[in-house]
Write a protein that binds this ligand. Structure first.
Ligand code: SF4
Ligand code: SF4
Ligand code: FES
Length: 521
């Protein structure tokens, strides 16, 4: 538990964390100190001077809040005239050579320069000399485009490549009003986290090729979500929008801070995986490859299940705990074996020692907790014995895998419940479209045993059903996510003390080798 101190902000007493810099300490109680160069993940650089505040009696000299720790009884002054004047002076300096092209800038609406100008400045430029011209639309690699004229030289991007990725591709060259951020000749950005630079650039100087000119940010609805790109389960914002006469679609994923899971950043692959939520979707129910009605396809699945002698249910390692539990329960109804075998989701050697994991599924740990077999040998044996294979979104040939069991799988009668078109769908007798992770909610456990919950973000015009609902329609006992919990709590010792309504936003660290779970938040 952090030590707290009482201090005064503009004469008002607030309680803040001792020793934290004033931007973070006071920011935690909802008071923002304007700043450009400071970022909590990168530390204080002290170069922009936008965060100057008065201390004690409020007279100059002023101090940078990003470099001043909070202590007991401190008197912090933010709103005195001389502080406002300093902020206006900094803004004027930043804007001398700035193109002020907000109408065509992707950052408009989430730009600190724009925000602070509206908050503290609102003055017309006094400069009557030609502006210094610098580079525009510079392709820095990894999908990052740089505009040197919009840059305020805060150095966040440079520090990111030095401190976080330790790849050091960026630097600031030249001096005074000719200073600019650049890559070294012939050495573009080359790391798997480069698009975080777009998030941390406080202005529109770093933009994403993928997102540029697609949407004005004020039309986007940001929802909290969890990336399903690998077993890290990084926290994201899902920015989506339903334009008139169109369906609700996702325009970008952005990093969302979670100190227990991913800190402030996400990888580029996960960030761009939103495309998969929009594209390649299984939209219509299919019987033997021909489009049909949902009820007809469901009826055919029920008929096939009743007729089967020995069905095998395959569960995706991306399914939520609730979905896994519901499938496991309905499997007993049809005398089916259950397998979570999904080796094709693993890319050996692809992970790194930061966020990216080899396992490209979000809830393999959930399969283990619910005692669903993931062993290859058992799967191959069950496959040989079964006369009907039912896949609940388990893509057995993901990333081109499964060469050694493909023939055997394809010799079976296959029923598929899937959010996306894949090889298994192409081979299926019946394929039923379902929701993908941005459209449903539930609980998942990441590679570090952190239990996290998420809620539906995207609401399609014709919302696809999720796996729990499909199992209910097949006669399963689990009617919704809440109904899965009493059973899971009884059978899984790690979940026994978990209250699903009280899981903290940043997740719950499960203790795997005891009957207790505790909150590390
Ligand atoms: S490009 Fe953005 S992050 Fe980098 S120095 Fe310029 S303003 Fe700062
Ligand atoms: S590290 Fe994994 S969970 Fe995190 S953003 Fe990348 S793919 Fe997604
Ligand atoms: S944020 Fe403190 S000097 Fe830039």
């Amino acid at each position: 538990m952090a030590e707290m101190v009482k201090l005064f902000v503009n004469g008002e007493e607030v309680e803040v964390e001792k020793g934290k810099n004033l931007i973070d300490a006071i920011g935690a109680v909802g008071i923002e100190i304007p700043h450009l160069c400071y970022h909590p993940a990168l530390g204080a650089d002290g170069n922009c001077r936008m965060c100057l505040v008065g201390i004690e009696d409020g007279r100059p000299p002023l101090v940078p809040a990003c470099k001043t720790p909070a202590h007991e009884g401190m008197k912090v002054l933010l709103d005195a005239d001389h502080i406002k004047k300093i902020q206006r002076d900094v803004m004027e300096l930043e804007l001398i050579n700035h193109p002020v092209d907000c109408p065509i800038c992707d950052q408009a609406g989430e730009c600190k320069l724009q925000d602070y100008y509206m908050q503290v400045d609102l003055e017309e430029s006094r400069m009557r000399v030609p502006q210094v011209k610098k580079g525009k639309n510079k392709d820095f690699g990894c999908g990052v485009v740089h505009d040197q004229e919009r840059c305020v030289l805060c150095g966040r991007c440079v520090r990111f490549t030095r401190q976080i990725t330790e790849t050091g591709e960026l630097g600031i060259v030249n001096r005074t009003d000719d200073a600019r951020v650049t890559i070294f000749p012939g050495r573009p950005l080359d790391n798997r986290y480069a698009l975080n630079i777009v998030d941390i650039c406080p202005v529109g100087a770093m933009t994403s090729k993928d997102f540029r000119f697609k949407q004005r940010v004020w039309f986007l609805n940001p929802e909290k979500g969890i990336c399903h790109g690998c077993s890290k389960g990084c926290n994201i914002f899902i920015d989506h929008n339903r334009e008139k006469y169109k369906d609700d679609i996702i325009y970008r994923f952005r990093a969302r801070q979670n100190d227990l899971v991913n800190g402030y950043f996400i990888c580029d692959e996960g960030r761009l995986s939103y495309h998969r939520e929009n594209e390649g979707r299984l939209v219509n129910p299919l019987i033997e490859g021909k489009e049909t009605e949902f009820d007809e396809a469901l009826q055919r699945i029920q008929d096939e299940l009743k007729a089967a002698r020995k069905p095998l249910f395959m569960i995706s390692p991306n399914a939520t705990l609730e979905q896994m539990w519901a499938v496991k329960r309905v499997a007993t109804l049809y005398g089916a074996q259950c397998s979570g075998f999904s080796d094709s989701y693993i890319k050996p050697g692809d992970g790194d020692d930061y966020l990216i994991q080899d396992d490209k599924s979000a809830n393999r740990r959930g399969l283990e907790l619910l005692d669903i077999d993931t062993d290859k040998e058992s799967f191959v044996k069950a496959l040989a014995e079964c006369d009907l294979l039912v896949s609940f979104r388990n893509d057995l040939f993901r990333f081109g895998g499964g060469a050694d069991y493909r023939e055997q799988v394809e010799s079976k009668k296959i029923l598929v419940v899937s959010s996306h078109v894949n090889d298994l769908v192409a081979r299926s007798v019946v394929a039923l479209p379902i929701a993908s992770f941005s459209e449903y909610g539930g609980s998942i456990v990441n590679v570090d045993n952190v239990l996290q919950q998420f809620v539906p973000a995207v609401k399609k015009n014709s919302p696809p059903k999720d796996i729990v609902e499909i199992t209910r329609l097949l006669g399963g006992a689990v009617k919704d996510d809440a109904q899965a919990w009493p059973g899971m709590k009884t059978q899984v010792k790690e979940l026994a003390d978990v209250d699903p309504d009280q899981i903290p936003e940043q997740g719950l660290q499960l203790i795997s080798d005891s009957e207790e779970a505790h909150v590390t938040a």
